[in-house]
Design a protein around this ligand. Structure first.
Ligand code: ADP
Ligand code: SF4
Length: 674
């Protein structure tokens, strides 16, 4: 299909100082969980983005000095010349597809806890370290400031030698230059504190130094939080954010704008932000400078992208998550295949990967993070050597992914689903507050399956063991999912109890009556209990949310949702009972025990909903085993987990069918030196 001419504007080259981006698709810096320890994994990931058409591809944060060490999280380093060769792998991988390579130089200031280097942190003032350790960052004196400017300069020169085209000065996310900018963190009495001009001095010097060092061939970008979301106490876009831009408007070659003090504000999940939610602030910056402006907004629709450019909001379409969910998004638009874009659902499982210090993963894109270690490509897959028949049973995320991937490999695939509609757990979970976008997991797969003549869909087809035998497939794949447990076994309570009057989320979705004070017991800790509590409270129920953890939906700390979520529950009038385990259910009440002391207390309860563990739905697997029919389980019916894990499990099965099941490669020694 030829490209829709409406989208031509997205493919215009854009000049950024001394370099030119081939189009307007700009992958802004984002974490990968690979960092300096896994340079080949990082390079392969960025290379695939460039191959997919992103005109600019940036690295994650790259520390300029050992006083900025974010261990155990994965970050890059340019501390000495030995760091150049591993980073050159990334620049080369990006250049191989004609894209520009950007690098986000970083110093965390009081934000860096320096666990590995064990050096004292540095900050504008003596300040408690912002994260993790009971330690204090020391105030930078004149000599420190001089040294700091040298580190930025040296790192920029090394970045240039590694081949990067765009070098960042990073003044966002509460990091060091931002700590100087903000009145909240800068109380200095010298030329670097006090007036805004003084507080912006270091940022100005960093831009000038970086330009002086590498500006002949490299563009210098500034990432700035124009609003730190702390109200008048801090930098606001109507106040000092605007003034900073006015002071420095024409100094950098590009402005990369966000609204965020802390990390997580500019990458909120779909539950807590709409697409393009930073628009007002980005447009403000654009109105104050002639330099190109980029920002993120979880954009996946080419029409919205065009509107951003035409309305003069920004010059590039910045993306982290949409480029993770679909590295080939630009190419699909270029080739008139925009219907094939695998849209980000805004679940933030990708953020969790970094927060857990493991390689990047994505719910929608199971190949993300697997480019090097498993050799998976998002768009290419080996054809299966024989024309064999596969029967996939269960049309949730795992079954859909398996059917699609087996279909792409050329097998003759039948996908049977008991329900009238495909989607499995999504049909229920996407009805929870803020989770409607999750249906994209099903919709994209059904759409792509629709293009394959060799995949047949059978809704309303509950399969028994005899049906499977009669069908006579070469490969039987079970994706029958899971059910919520009724016995109270969860993360904290390992021993099964008896809760005959309790409901599970499955019952609630099936329409079970909910009455009286509702007690939702969370011993799972991801989204379900919190989302159900919100839904029922908004529907007018008195809701008590009981958790064995210290905070509501505690695992969502890792998806950067927890703060927003707990605030929303409080606003919705949900009573939160932390650190309590469910002991028993009596008529009209439940008994809760303190997880520390074991002291028990009653809580009035009309309906108890157990959000604890899940059990695989293995009814068919057991019947097939009895009958002697071989079948492979994937997704939740193998091991109940996140949707991301179910999709990955299905993809892995389908991709390696007929191949040896090898462990992922690990990085041991560099393969190339400079
Ligand atoms: P996953 O996350 O692993 O994809 P889901 O719970 O979302 O799991 O989906 C499992 C699907 O399997 C559900 O839609 C369910 O209706 C379907 N299913 C379960 N047992 C059978 C069966 N015997 N025949 C056909 N479909 C089944
Ligand atoms: Fe989007 Fe979720 Fe994938 Fe992150 S993990 S890119 S939020 S779909």
């Amino acid at each position: 299909m030829p490209r829709d001419p409406r989208y031509d504007i997205l493919f215009e080259p854009v000049r950024i100082g001394p370099v030119t981006a081939p189009n307007r698709f700009y992958q802004t810096p984002h974490a990968t969980g690979f960092g300096w320890q896994r340079p080949q994994s990082g390079a392969a990931l960025r290379g695939v983005k460039a191959e997919g058409g992103w005109g600019v591809v940036c690295t994650e944060y790259c520390s300029i000095h050992p006083t900025s060490d974010d261990s155990p999280y994965a970050f890059l380093t340019l501390w000495d010349d030995d760091d150049i060769a591993p980073l050159a792998l990334t620049a080369d991988a990006i250049h191989a597809h004609g894209s520009l390579a950007g690098i986000e130089l970083w110093h965390g200031g009081a934000h860096a806890s320096n666990r590995m280097t064990r050096l004292p942190g540095i900050a504008p003032d003596v300040q408690p370290a912002l994260y993790h350790l009971p330690t204090t960052a020391r105030a930078m004196d004149k000599a420190d400031l001089r040294a700091f400017r040298g580190w930025q300069r040296d790192a920029a020169l090394r970045a240039k030698r590694a081949g990067f085209d765009i070098v960042y000065v990073y003044a966002g996310h509460d990091y060091l230059p931002f700590q100087f900018l903000s009145r909240r963190t800068n109380h200095r009495g010298d030329a670097y504190g006090g007036s805004l001009e003084n507080r912006a001095r270091l940022l100005r010097e960093m831009i000038e130094d970086t330009k002086d060092a590498v500006g002949d061939t490299c563009a210098v970008a500034v990432r700035l939080a124009v609003d730190e979301l702390h109200g008048p106490e801090g930098i606001t876009s109507e106040g000092e954010g605007r003034e900073i831009i006015e002071l420095l408007a024409e100094l950098p070659d590009l402005w990369d704008v966000n609204v965020a003090g802390a990390l997580g504000n500019d990458s909120r999940s779909a539950r807590f932000s709409g697409e393009g939610f930073q628009e007002e602030n980005v447009a403000l910056v654009k109105s104050l400078t002639t330099k190109p402006v980029v920002s993120v907004g979880r954009f996946t629709s080419p029409d919205r992208m065009v509107a951003q450019i035409r309305r003069g909001v920004q010059d590039f379409i910045g993306a982290a998550r949409p480029s993770i969910a679909d590295p080939f998004l630009p190419q699909k638009i270029r080739e008139g295949r925009e219907d094939e874009i695998r849209e980000c659902i805004g679940c933030n499982i990708c953020r969790a990967a970094n927060n857990e210090a493991v390689g990047l993963r994505c719910t929608q894109n199971p190949t993300m993070g697997e480019e090097w270690r498993r050799g998976w490509h998002p768009e290419r897959i080996a054809v299966y050597p024989r024309r064999e028949k596969a029967l996939v049973i269960g049309g949730g995320p795992a079954g859909l992914e398996a059917a699609l991937t087996l279909g792409r490999r050329g097998l003759e695939v039948a996908l049977a689903e008991a329900a009238d509609a495909f989607g499995g757990r999504l049909l229920r979970e996407a009805t929870l507050p803020g989770l409607a976008t999750w249906m994209r997991i099903r919709d994209w797969r059904l759409h792509m399956i629709g293009k394959l003549a060799n995949v047949a869909l059978y809704p309303a087809s509950r399969m028994g063991a005899a049906d499977v035998a009669e069908f006579g497939a070469d490969h039987v794949v079970l994706a029958t999912g899971s059910v919520w447990r009724r016995d109270g076994v969860g993360v904290y309570s390992m021993r099964a109890g008896a809760f005959p009057a309790a409901l599970t989320p499955d019952d609630v979705f099936a329409g079970a009556k909910v009455a009286g004070p509702v007690v939702i017991y969370d011993d799972e800790h991801y989204f379900m209990a919190g989302a159900l509590a919100e839904k029922l409270a908004v529907a007018g129920h008195e809701v008590h949310y009981v958790t064995t953890a210290a905070v509501a939906s505690s695992w969502t700390v890792l998806t950067n949702e927890q703060d927003f979520l707990q605030a929303r529950l409080i606003e919705a009038g949900v009573a939160i009972h932390p650190l309590k385990a469910l002991k028993s259910q009596e008529v009209g009440e439940v008994t809760l025990g303190c997880v520390y002391t074991g002291r028990v207390a009653p809580l009035p309860c009309g309906t108890l909903i157990l959000c604890t563990g899940r059990l695989p739905d293995n009814a068919l697997a057991d019947a097939l085993a009895e009958q002697g029919t071989q079948a492979t389980r994937i997704g939740d019916c193998l091991a109940p987990s996140s949707i991301a894990d179910a999709v990955h499990s299905a993809h892995r099965f389908a991709r390696i069918l007929g191949e040896p099941d090898l462990p992922p490669r690990r990085e041991r020694a560099p393969e190339r030196s400079l």
